[in-house]
Design a protein around this ligand. Sequence first.
Ligand code: ZN
Ligand code: ZN
Length: 223
Amino acid sequence: MQALFKQYCLLCGTTSDNDLCTPCRDSLPHPPLHCCAVCGLPASESRICGACLANPPAFDQTVAALRYAFPVDALVHSLKYQANLPMALVLADLLLARIDGIACPDFIVPMPLHPAKLRERGFNQALEIARNVSKKSGIPLLPAICERIRDTPSQTGLPWKERAKNIQNAFTCETDLTGKRIAILDDVMTTGATLNELAKVLRKGGATYVSGWVIARTLPGDV
Ligand SMILES: [Zn+2]
Ligand SMILES: [Zn+2]
């Protein structure tokens, strides 16, 4: 039976059975083959990079579906800045393909937005993606256990060195997470400073394992 509505690839516009046609999906930029299991940056075959061994972050693992480069940046922008909410499902599917086979956490926690930012944007893009990932994977979502209490200047405009300081003490979490394994879901990971700060708070709440699940990881040279 023929489909009632034709669907078009979001990137190239050809007719496609999915949001992205197979050639476009196959050509999305992926993280390098050998990455540090903790921070997700390129590493030699050893599983954990020197920086993470010397100075372990508060999170245990980074899982990035893609690299933050063209056209992934355009897909993320369209959700975030053009309120293209159906894009959250497309991005969730890309992440779901990447986490297939990875040990399941107990809960998914979306990266919180500060209430002022939420009012301005109208939605939290991390929550929109997390909702779809939770629904399709069956991993329960904890959408509101953490709060962003400091409205920090955007990390985007800051030099990498200043980002850790800028985000310090930005979050709170009052929920008891003793013994829980948590995946923090965010759209983009750049230095990992924001992820690290939220992971600290979840650990303080008792979480024993914290992963960062991100749609796209910025690699040195991509920015
Ligand atoms: Zn296409
Ligand atoms: Zn590392």
